[in-house]
Design a protein around this ligand. Structure first.
Ligand code: GCO
Ligand code: MG
Length: 405
């Protein structure tokens, strides 16, 4: 299975996606996702200029050796751009191996540990009431776990909400520079607990509730929020604070029993080693695209299992359907799988470019049995949707201080 061609395609069917296609001499191909939201062309160029030439002539079956070659062999280890490139290569090679073996990738990992993959959906709105109306719709569609985000009164534009109602919540758009959003911890803390109190009053105690702080609190503020939310039994509180210093989570953990989740921006096991080993978190949210592909996720998953940490892979819309497929295979295998974030497989435009062999019923992803990852990429359709520069927003405190978005 000698690799004879490598293509990098960056397209924008609604939002930007970087896709890698690895082709072998007999025409078998595999695809991988390398999208880094707002920095797409950095990975595109890394793959095109630095990775593709090293892949030609290698045996596509040597997934582990190629992973090590691109990670350990590169001197400049880790980082979002390098690891997204490694991830895309890794996914494409697992796709090829599955196609050659005549098996879905989950079978190569060890088979199914469950029948289907439980997901959580997003409900958001301008008010607590409208957020809970969205939650009601999701519950009636069969979702059993819902992430709740609501506007903060007095703050223009909050994380997790539809911006101008056309773009998804990150406000990815044709704006020429990153949009700015104000932040006030006091205003947020005064509002957020009511959202969960009302949700429990309206929907009872069985439905699972989640919330994403998007790293805007300091560790001690996060600890306080954890205590305030304890009565409402969240499945987890996500990104309660930044953990560049992993000991931040020791502070939070000392004060609250709320389950904690983090990891969507992490690139390798080293970003979460202390968090996991010290049992400061309950869910690790690394994504296949950003943490070294299926091989990277599998390593983190096995390590986490030893410390009772479960997986909850990132599932935002800036991960392409290829990443969703890769994660679905890992999710259905992982003995310590927790829950998969899910915001739909795509839009009508992205469906012209990507096709997939998975379905969702009653809030669960049913993984198909197509060989490989079970996802495909239409190059001709992608050419109709050229790349458009876009940025994530930035956040500032009300006095102008730059804050964590
Ligand atoms: C989530 C994430 C996303 C990120 C986005 C950034 O939990 O789904 O926080 O909303 O903001 O993926 O690119
Ligand atoms: Mg998040």
């Amino acid at each position: 299975m000698i690799i004879s061609d490598v293509k990098v395609i960056t397209c924008c069917p609604g939002r930007n996606f970087v896709t890698l296609k690895i082709i072998t001499e007999d025409g078998t191909y595999g695809i991988g996702d390398a999208t880094v939201n707002g920095r797409e062309l950095a990975v595109d160029s890394y793959l095109r200029e630095h990775v593709a030439p090293c892949l030609i002539g290698r045996n596509a079956h040597d997934i582990e050796d190629i992973w090590q070659y691109l990670y350990r062999g590169v001197y400049w280890r880790r980082g979002p751009i390098t690891m997204a490139a490694v991830a895309a290569v890794d996914m494409a090679l697992w796709d090829i191996k599955g196609k050659v073996a005549g098996l879905p990738v989950y079978q190569l990992l060890g088979g199914k540990s469950r029948q289907a993959v439980t997901t959580y959906a997003h409900a958001s709105g301008d008010t607590i009431d409208s957020t809970l109306d969205v939650m009601g719709d999701l519950v009636s569609q069969g979702f059993k776990a819902i992430r709740l985000q609501t506007s903060v009164p007095g703050l223009e534009g909050s994380y997790g909400l539809l911006g101008d109602k056309k773009d998804y919540f990150e406000l990815q758009s044709s704006r020429s520079l990153p949009p700015e959003q104000p932040w006030s911890t006091t205003k947020y803390l005064n509002n957020v607990v009511g959202l969960f109190r009302e949700a429990r009053a309206r929907f009872g105690d069985e439905i699972e509730l989640l919330h994403d702080v998007h790293s805007r609190l300091t560790p001690i503020e996060a600890a306080r929020l954890g205590k305030m939310l304890e009565p409402y039994n969240l499945l987890f509180l996500e990104d309660a604070a930044i953990a560049e210093n992993q000991e931040n989570y020791k502070v939070i953990r000392q004060h609250t029993t709320i389950p904690l989740a983090i990891g969507e921006t992490y690139n390798t096991i080293w970003d979460c080693k202390d968090l996991i080993q010290n049992q400061w978190i309950d869910y690790i949210r690394t994504a296949a695209t950003h943490a070294g592909g299926i091989t990277g996720l599998r390593r983190i998953t096995d390590f986490a299992a030893i410390y009772n940490v479960r997986t909850a892979p990132h599932g935002a819309p800036d991960l392409s359907p290829i990443c969703f497929a890769a994660q679905a295979h890992v999710d259905i295998w992982a003995p310590n799988f927790g829950i998969q974030e899910f915001v739909g497989f795509g839009t009508s435009d992205s469906d012209k470019v990507f096709s997939y062999d998975h379905s969702v019923k009653d809030g669960m992803i049913h993984v198909g049995d197509a060989h490989g990852l079970g996802v495909d990429f239409n190059e001709a359709a992608a050419a109709e949707f050229p790349y458009k520069r876009s940025y994530l927003p930035v956040s500032r405190l009300e006095d102008g201080t730059l804050w964590h978005w």
